[in-house]
Ligand binder design. Structure first.
Ligand code: UDX
Length: 485
């Protein structure tokens, strides 16, 4: 087993650290934030991610440790850098935390042992070189003689991070250094054996298809490895934008995008994943990574028009949702709109840069009153959007209270299992715009709730007939105070 240090206890650091500790590598997660370290030491997760806390609880003090000091770097075989790389105003990634981490590692490297430093954070092409030069400057040690910097991008989906970390499709390693390559093979060897693989599944009670292949272990040079992460995320964003555009056309022509996507996905060249319609992609990765890719390409005078169009198309999709609601309600002024889901997808509390923020702002601009609910993301949404005069609701039912429409933005499972009688009783107009095509429109029609999806004109009336919607009075200033007060 190898001694591992993981700098950063955010999303990537805590999941990666816990996974490495789970397979038996003694792993210390280092963070300058005392609060996060204290949480880890108590067996608590610093982030919301299903299953992570119980994993940390089982490992802490055994193979998993947490520290505010970089001291454990001195005896480490492998040091991961897993700190945040937020976007700057111009779209490029801000590498300030990467530089700090590199300098901190440099100050604690033992010159008598060869250390492998791994960039796990999503970093622009060339960052391995930057980390090496910061360490060289800090210490006088020489890259490739005393240490090497390897690229090993993460491909974790929020909400499914444990499944992705233990059962990845591929492990990508970027390095040309023989010790770097060798140590990474040793580190990931439990992932590459069927027995180790089955052990994870049993231990963590994951349902894994027994015929599931082992991950592909892919070694390449550092620069290509760094590019793989950006190219993959931008491709996924393009794929979603594409099906969302097709959904708009399906709606106009009377086709059903779910079937269109299913039929397309049967072609193995296309594949059936990431063809689910939504109000647009968002989250902490796709917007940031597409922005970085575009900014870098501009710097080099290369026009990435497909990626640029995907970003534009995604914005159009957010707008399309609002337009669709406008078509339904005619005027938005004074209408009450409930929002179900403010996180960019279910099973996360991440409400940074979500489509919900954009859609809510548009609705407010049109004079609507907005009341939102999310099972996990309300605190972060409020923190990110402190200026929004909206009502935060305790339950999905409350968000439907006297609503002229509800927009389902995030496909949390609980939104498919509501007591529809109660929803119907609370709403003013029984209209739900289901941007994830997850609700059973036939069933909801039994309660006279009209469900409209995206990319499927037939779902508009549930029974195939236009619903009769009463036209209640629009709002008043008292109602605004009541709602946001
Ligand atoms: C993504 C990548 O999947 C992961 O490999 C990478 O390392 C980090 O970025 P994540 O941001 O957690 O992961 O979310 P993901 O599940 O990829 O979804 C991104 C966005 O696309 C969400 O808003 C999601 O709702 C949306 N989406 C996804 C769709 O609209 N349709 C789809 O078919 C799939």
């Amino acid at each position: 087993m190898l001694n591992v240090v993981c700098i950063g206890s955010g999303y990537v650091g805590s999941v990666t650290g816990a996974a490495l500790a789970a397979v038996g590598h003694p792993t210390t997660v280092v963070d300058v934030d005392e609060r996060k370290v204290a949480l880890l030491r108590q067996g608590k997760s610093p982030i919301y991610e299903p299953g992570l806390e119980s994993l940390i609880q089982a490992l802490i003090g055994k193979t998993l440790f947490a520290d505010t000091s970089y001291e454990p770097v001195r005896t480490a075989d492998v040091v991961f850098i897993a700190v945040g790389t937020p976007s700057k105003k111009d779209g490029t990634a801000d590498l300030v935390h990467i530089r700090e981490a590199a300098a901190g590692i440099g100050r604690h490297l033992d010159p008598d042992r060869f250390t492998v430093i791994v960039n796990k954070s999503t970093v622009p092409v060339g960052t391995a070189g930057l980390v090496a030069s910061v360490i060289e400057r800090e210490t006088g040690l020489k890259a490739e003689r005393h240490f090497t910097v390897v690229s090993n991008p993460e491909f974790l989906r929020e909400g499914y991070a444990l499944e992705d970390v233990f059962f990845p499709d591929r492990i990508v390693i970027g390095s040309s250094h023989p010790v770097g390559l060798q140590r990474m093979r040793e580190l990931y060897s439990p992932w590459m054996q069927r027995s180790g693989y089955e052990r994870f599944a049993k231990h963590f009670r994951f349902e894994v298809d027994p015929s599931r292949p082992l991950p592909k272990y892919f070694e390449t040079d550092c620069s290509s490895s760094e590019m793989i992460k950006y190219a993959a995320n931008a491709f996924l964003a393009v794929k979603i934008s594409y099906i969302n555009e097709i959904a708009r056309l399906c709606e106009a022509l009377g086709s059903n995008v779910k079937d269109v996507a299913a039929g397309m996905g049967m072609d193995t060249r296309i594949g059936d994943k990431f063809l689910e319609v939504s109000s647009g992609w968002s989250g902490s990765c796709f917007p940031k990574d597409t922005a970085e890719l575009l900014a870098t390409s501009e710097k080099y005078g290369i026009e990435l028009s497909v990626v640029r169009s995907s970003v534009q198309s995604n914005r159009q999709m957010h707008d399309y949702v609002v337009q669709k609601l406008r078509r339904q309600l005619k005027s938005m002024n004074g209408r009450t709109v409930g929002i179900w889901g403010v996180t960019f997808k279910p099973n996360t509390d991440d409400a940074r840069q979500t489509q919900a923020a954009h859609i809510v702002r548009e609705l407010l601009d049109l004079g609507a009153y907005v009341q939102v609910h999310d099972p996990q993301g309300m605190a972060m949404f409020r923190e990110m959007n402190p200026d929004l005069p909206i009502r935060y609701c305790e339950s999905a039912y409350e968000a439907a209270d006297r609503a002229d429409a509800v927009i389902l933005l995030t496909h949390w499972r609980e939104y498919g299992q509501l007591r529809w009688e109660e929803v119907a009783a609370r709403m003013n107009r029984l209209y739900v715009l289901d941007t994830r095509n997850m609700l059973d429109s036939e069933r909801l029609w039994q309660y006279r709730i009209q469900v409209e999806g995206l990319g499927n004109s037939q779902r508009a009336s549930g029974s195939g007939q236009a619903a009769v919607i009463p036209d209640p009075d629009s709002g008043s200033p008292e109602r605004v105070r009541e709602l946001i007060g």
